[in-house]
Design a protein around this ligand. Structure first.
Ligand code: PXG
Length: 459
């Protein structure tokens, strides 16, 4: 890389000395210097050297309306001037929280009528863990405490959320998971389905839930949590047979069902919520990211009728909350975000136009010698890079093919996420056809560079 400008170097030095980054090897980053992102517009990021990158990840799966949306900025500014802070702890509320609560009850699936606010997906999932315990205590069933989650799950990084998470790297540094959190197989057909058809495999892994419940005893199991489509674990889209069977099992054994919609929510799967795409009827829903298009931190826990009624009618104080629960500025931006989505018919536009265009463009990559599978739903896409297409065999992990490809993307003006050797995209919902074309062309170019580095011939 050429020598950075003085201002870039100054930020890199300050950052390397004082800023500990999430999910980053600090020493390795200090050696190469962080890329400094200074501004963004639409689907484009700009760095401190003036280079432009197409952000095919919408930040971290969150900037659904794209960058630089003036209406969101103005809604935040107006709230900052009108009521920069107040809380709902002591018998008060404010218009922003009241209206956002009503709006969320309207747009989420039937039965989800009540909401608790937090500031991140992790906090929201932590809150749900507490509410699950509280619910079963209120029901006089205090032995129901264990929560079942899945391999490759990502539910956040606080103690409880990381315990829910099933990406194994998230546990050893912190002596997690905590007791009471167990994991079962994920519906990852491409990687783990073997000779079963996707339909058979979906049923097989759903029934792993029933087996685990019977092994531990239904009286000890409180809840099952799942992302409708697993995001950070490598875009694992369950076969159609999966969710109906999970729903049946949860009903049969009286297990609460938690749908973590932090990525899937707000149009990402082509419907308002992943639960709409897979006909899931959850007791709890976790919302974050797309709730505010990532412009301000805000998350929400939606409560289904059964848990909502129990908690609302407990006739005692709910001993839980954060200073910034339902922060007025965050609520104002989230409200405007939803208003814009409704006014512009964005979810219908995604499902009728942008998503089909994206999915078909992505599938054009399937002929590439490195590509084992292209899959996607709505505005989510994944490409498996493999050594052997017919055998669905990946490269040895130590070759770090995904990271290699990710780095080529980053150098060539495209932000894609590598999960193992699965290249993942989740662009702003507002991306245009021509930007999708650019995305796919750049991806192909970077797959070529990766193949070349691996000594594999391309056409
Ligand atoms: N649930 C899901 C499904 C998520 O994807 C969280 C909860 C936690 O949200 P917070 O706001 O606490 O981060 C997430 C977050 C990645 C990546 O690299 C994914 C997430 C966060 C950071 C990085 O794929 N997802």
């Amino acid at each position: 890389m050429s020598k950075p400008s003085n201002r870039t170097a100054r930020w890199q030095v300050a950052d390397a000395r004082h800023h500990i980054h999430p999910f980053t090897d600090a020493a390795a980053l200090a050696g190469r210097g962080a890329r400094v992102i200074t501004r963004a517009e639409g689907v484009w990021l700009e760095d401190s050297e003036g280079a432009r990158l197409l952000d095919a990840m919408a930040g971290l799966w969150c900037v659904n309306l794209g960058y630089g949306n003036a209406e969101l900025a103005e809604a935040g500014y107006a709230a900052l001037k009108e009521l920069p802070y107040y809380n709902a702890f002591f018998q008060t509320t404010h218009p922003y929280a009241a209206e956002l609560s009503e709006k969320l009850a309207e747009i989420t699936p039937d039965g989800l009528e009540r909401v608790l606010f937090a500031n991140s997906g992790s906090e929201a999932n932590d809150t749900i863990v507490k509410l699950v315990r509280y619910f079963w205590n209120l029901q006089g069933k205090p032995s129901k405490k264990t929560i079942i989650s899945r391999d490759y799950a990502y539910h956040g990084t606080t103690m409880a959320a990381a315990s829910l998470s099933g990406l194994t790297a998230m546990h050893p540094q912190w002596d997690l998971p905590l007791p009471g959190f167990v994991h079962i197989a994920a519906p990852y057909w491409y990687g783990e389905g073997g000779d079963l058809s996707p339909h058979e495999f979906g049923l097989r892994v759903a029934r792993a839930l029933e087996e685990k419940i019977l092994e531990l005893g239904p009286d000890t199991i409180a809840a099952f949590i799942g992302e409708p489509v697993q995001g950070a674990g490598g875009l694992i889209i369950p076969p159609d047979s999966y969710w109906p069977e999970i729903q049946r099992i949860c009903n049969e054994y009286d297990i609460l069902l938690i749908a973590d919609e932090v990525i899937c929510g707000f149009g990402r799967t082509g419907k308002w919520f992943g639960c709409d795409s897979f006909d899931i009827r959850p007791d709890f829903m976790t919302l974050a990211k797309g709730l505010s298009s990532g412009y301000v931190p805000i998350s929400a826990v939606m409560l289904g009728q059964r848990v909502g009624d129990a908690i609302a009618n407990a006739n005692e104080e709910l001993v839980h909350g954060f200073t910034y629960s339902g922060h007025p500025v965050a609520c104002a931006v989230a409200l405007k975000n939803i208003d814009i989505m409704q006014r512009d018919g964005l979810v219908a536009h995604v499902s009728d136009d942008t998503a089909p265009y994206l999915q078909s463009a992505l599938r054009g990559l399937a002929d590439h010698p490195l590509v084992g599978e292209v899959r996607g739903i709505g505005m989510l896409g994944a490409v498996e890079l493999v050594a052997d297409k017919a055998a669905r065999r990946h490269f040895p992990a130590e070759r770090n093919v995904g990271t290699l490809c990710r780095d080529f993307c980053f150098e060539n003006g495209l932000v894609m996420r590598a999960v193992r050797d699965t290249m993942v995209i989740s662009p702003p919902l507002t991306i245009s056809h021509s930007e999708i074309d650019t995305l796919v062309q750049r991806a192909r170019h970077c797959f070529d560079l990766t193949a070349e580095k691996l000594g594999i011939a391309t056409a």
